[in-house]
Design a protein around this ligand. Sequence first.
Ligand SMILES: O=C(CO)[C@H](O)[C@H](O)COP(=O)(O)O
Length: 215
Amino acid sequence: MNVEREKQAAAEAAAEYVADGMTVGLGTGSTVAYLLPALARRRLSIRCVASSPRTEHAARELGLSVEPFGSIDRLDVTIDGADQITPDGWLIKGGGAAHTREKVVAAAADQFVVIADSTKPVEALRPPVPLELLTFGLSATQRRLRPVKLRGVPASPDGGVIADYLGPVDDPARLAARLSATPGLVDHGLFPPELVAVVLIGHDDEVERRLLRRP
Ligand SMILES: O=C(CO)[C@H](O)[C@H](O)COP(=O)(O)O
């Protein structure tokens, strides 16, 4: 297994989902790093929004047009990586701490395409689940979310504190509802299958395509 080649194969397959004139959400991470040159090579006329300063910088360096995500109210497609993917399409994202913005660009898209290498599919989700927390009331929020650990990385571009929930993830829908209902939590890295249209997984040189939702 060559993980880098698998990431590249999945990312290049995902670039084919983008057509001229589209608005495109760009995720964050090492798999997305292969998507950006693949998109740039296609020389399409597209408008992109980026889920992180890292991606924005890399995309601009390659000549892609990146706009602020303020006045564009929908995206045609968003493409992003994932840390864990279950057979029914639940994801854990946020290994790179960008999950809040990543969820915003995924939810704004008609089609959310997930790209991954063959180490990402799992039978069942397991901790950690990335979190973003407000600094205001941080200790009280941490207490409500126990077991939780601050990651000790720089704040998000929106000033949020990055942490990880370390408890069981046996029932992702229930946990997602509990996390979302916790005051002081900005967002969490559990992405439900309803968000996901397609999952592309690299297996050596082949790409497995899992269709979850038709556009
Ligand atoms: O959620 C993410 C960043 O917040 C990434 O998409 C996820 O961590 C996968 O990253 P990689 O493609 O580097 O394995």
